[in-house]
Design a protein around this ligand. Structure first.
Ligand code: SF4
Length: 253
């Protein structure tokens, strides 16, 4: 299947079935989204949603954050991952927003990435969600799922994945495609054991095609039976080994 066809099937499926996909982080303003995304690095959205109500009540805007310090911020975020670093980042972020951007969230990727704790991924989230820019943030789910489906080829870095997605996805789907890929990765295409048995994308997924050929299935069965001790299973294992050997000869002639 051509890469372009995969993109077409991907966009068609999710446009029809998840036309309103959004982030699972709770927020009510660009400032709140920025803070929540900074906090969500290597942490779950569920955990972030548990602590942000109190955090946003105490620090409703960049000015409140700037007037505080890392020690106080820490007390509100102690249960998230890397709370020390993130508290320092938020304290610095508040100050820079006030001093350099009059308390507003900047729109440009370069300006966003100047903020403490804001890397390319977070900057892309803000640019696409808040400012409707044709950008897509690549996190671990987006990286994995795009590669597995075959939307990206030989893309070994998040930036390479981002470039291919931006090149092939229709511009008006970039922002929502980020959520499609994240949610699919979070609930179906899991990192260790993708739930291909319930996935609706099998018919155009490259990973599925590669792992569900007869030979791939035989190899998986052989690996399972290898641990077997009883004679019946040993016999089945021998039969599979013979079949695989035969296929190997056939392929080499
Ligand atoms: S078929 Fe499997 S590998 Fe492909 S997207 Fe679905 S869950 Fe992921």
């Amino acid at each position: 299947m051509l890469k372009k066809e995969r993109y077409r099937h991907f966009v068609e499926y999710f446009s029809k079935n998840q036309p309103d996909a959004i982030t699972e982080l709770h927020y009510n303003s660009p400032y709140q989204l920025l803070v929540a995304v900074v906090l969500s690095a290597q942490c779950t959205d569920k955990r972030i949603n548990q602590i942000t109500p109190a955090l946003f009540e105490r620090f409703p805007d960049a000015y409140a954050l700037a007037a505080s310090d890392a020690d106080e911020i820490f007390t509100y975020i102690r249960s998230v991952s890397y709370p020390n670093n993130k508290a320092k980042h938020l304290a610095g972020l508040g100050k820079m927003l006030v001093e350099k951007f009059n308390g507003a969230i900047p729109a440009g990727l370069d300006e966003l990435q100047q903020l403490p704790g804001v890397g390319r991924k977070t900057a892309n989230v803000i640019a696409s969600v808040v400012f409707d820019a044709p950008a897509i943030a690549v996190d671990t789910h987006v990286f994995r799922v795009a590669n597995r489906i075959g939307l990206t080829i030989k893309a070994t870095t998040p930036l390479a994945v981002e470039k291919q997605l931006v090149e092939y996805l229709p511009k008006d789907t970039l922002a929502i495609a980020h959520h499609w890929l994240i949610l699919h990765g979070r609930y179906i295409c899991l990192a260790r054991t993708p739930k291909c048995n319930i996935c609706p994308l099998t018919w155009f997924c490259k990973y599925y095609a590669q792992h569900n050929t007869e030979t791939a299935l035989l190899k998986a069965e052989a690996a399972r039976l290898k641990k077997a001790k009883d004679a019946k299973k040993k016999k089945a294992l021998n039969a599979i080994a013979n079949e695989l050997a035969k296929r190997s000869v056939d392929n080499n002639t």
